[in-house]
Design a protein around this ligand. Structure first.
Ligand code: PNW
Length: 479
């Protein structure tokens, strides 16, 4: 059968990078193997009450043992790139000192398997699994952690640099700092706005110091990956041209500074925006921002990685309750359900992606852009040998159309990576939230490509979207 999709045929630029993404703690399992040390996510997930139903990453999607099957799936889907993260505690079990050869061996095997399958490895160096020993010394609130991170980055590059072209330093420092240290719903589970701002700066410093080390070692392409979102009022969702009251404009700007520009400006312009400095000064003081830090943080980078899921909707007026994830916004109201949502409760707003890409192009024109994560959790149902996840396909298609619209207006978008290749450990939600385009049965570890994966395979093969889909066979499950 052919499946009709809406709208026109859309071709993407030649060489557009189609791929998918994962992260070490979310898929690997094998937490005690080959000398891996504990990370803050082992500690956090094993602490009672922190993750839904007490789920942990002990086994996860068992990718550590099944990476060959997983790479075969990637080849069958035609992925050109695979973004994965290296687990710091596999490389330095206690966060510093000589590299653990067995840990590096695993990633070397994975990279070689990817290259043999003609899939380019895109390596993230930090996707939230800080070695527990470093947390015991203060974690990201300790400036020294940034220096330890640069050493670790250097060690990974030394082994894989001849085969890996694209290096992503730190994934989503906002989430790591404000969910991990600010409100404690992520590891390490601390709830202190002051700690969050210190952690945030040190994560940026870790980015800058590691970018410098990677550059000196000859890395080809260096990126920072941020969770970014357009910040708008409820009225602007329907009418982007709406003129805001002075109070709403100030509320929008303040939240935009905390969520987006707190990271974009230091990395790409070498400065913090004034509203951020004012809030940091009031809550944490500025003593942790040393002379020279912003020079280190603003190392030239080649790519900005964008993780986009949903916009951030705010207006002036007392927050009820105020949103502690954004310290210094007690007088701002955050809104939730203004559009149909995914299983995460995140409203689906594809135009947010085109808006975001166009804004980045306007305000930070120097850096190339790559969507490093976009995707959705839905309550998938396995029916026989299929998962008919039409909702996920619609989500991905609408966001690709938005990405294409931004390209047409001049955005230098180099590629698009779906979050995620596989169903996996969704942090505080455990295994209850499925983001994969490939279904994982967590009892048997069987992989079954969902309909969205088959659709994505066609998109990649066509280098874009077509009105009609060709008739092609489904993919076999992998036991
Ligand atoms: C990202 N928020 O996390 C991560 O990079 C992935 O590891 C994760 O699985 C994916 O998105 C889906 O959640 C986020 O609360 C977690 O704004 C939380 C937020 C944003 C991103």
């Amino acid at each position: 059968t052919t499946i009709a999709t809406q709208g026109q045929n859309l071709a993407f630029p030649d060489g557009f990078v189609w791929g998918a993404a994962t992260a070490a703690y979310q898929i690997e399992g094998a937490v005690h193997e080959d000398g891996r040390g504990p990370s803050i996510w082992d500690t956090f997930s094993h602490a009672p009450g922190m993750v839904a139903d007490g789920h942990t990453g002990d086994t996860a999607s068992d990718h550590y043992h099944r990476y060959k099957d997983d790479v075969r799936l990637m080849r069958e889907l035609g992925l050109r790139a695979y973004r994965f993260s290296v687990a710091w505690p596999r490389i330095q079990p206690s966060g510093s000192g000589p590299a653990n050869a067995a840990g590096l061996d695993f990633y070397e095997r994975l990279v070689d398997e990817l290259l043999a399958a003609d899939v380019s490895p895109y390596v993230t160096l930090y996707h939230w699994d800080l070695p527990q020993v470093l947390e015991d010394l203060g974690g990201w609130t300790n400036r020294d952690t940034a220096y330890r991170f640069a050493d670790y980055a250097h060690a990974v590059h030394e082994r894989l640099g001849d085969r890996v072209g694209t290096w992503m330093t730190v994934n989503e420092p906002w989430v790591a700092a404000f969910l991990g240290y600010g409100i404690g719903v992520h590891a390490p589970g601390r709830a202190s706005p002051e700690d969050a701002f210190r952690a945030s700066h040190h994560l940026l410093l870790a980015h800058g110091l590691s970018a410098r080390a990677l550059r000196e070692a000859g890395a080809r392409e260096i990126a920072l990956t941020l969770n970014l979102a357009p910040v708008v009022t409820p009225g602007q969702l329907n009418d982007p041209e709406l003129v805001l009251s002075a109070e709403d404009a100030e509320a929008v700007n303040r939240v935009d500074c905390l969520l987006n520009r707190q990271f974009l400006d230091p990395a790409l312009r070498g400065s913090y925006p004034d509203p951020v400095l004012a809030i940091v000064d009031r809550i944490a003081g500025l003593g942790h921002i040393h002379d020279g830090d912003l020079d280190a943080i603003s190392q030239p980078i080649d790519l900005l990685g964008i993780n986009y899921y949903t916009p951030c909707v705010v207006q002036s007026g007392p927050g009820e309750p105020s949103n502690p994830v954004y310290p210094g916004t007690e007088d701002i109201l955050f809104s939730g359900a203004y559009a149909p949502t995914t299983a995460m409760g995140w409203p689906i707003v594809p135009t947010g992606l085109s808006q975001l890409l166009e804004r980045l192009t306007r305000d930070y024109p120097e850096v190339g852009l790559l969507v490093t994560e976009n995707g959705a959790a839905f309550d998938d149902v396995v029916t026989g040998e299929r998962v008919h996840d039409a909702d996920r396909t619609a989500f991905l298609e609408s966001h690709l159309r938005a990405a294409h619209a931004a390209i047409e207006t001049g955005t230098d978008l180099r590629g698009y990576l779906v979050w995620s290749l596989l169903d996996n450990f969704e942090w505080a939600e455990g295994y209850h939230r499925r983001f994969g385009i490939v279904h994982v049965d967590f009892d048997t570890q069987r992989r079954l490509p969902k309909d969205s994966a088959l659709w994505y395979r066609d998109v990649i093969e066509q280098n874009g979207l077509r009105r009609e889909r060709a008739k092609r066979p489904t993919l076999e499950a992998v036991a």
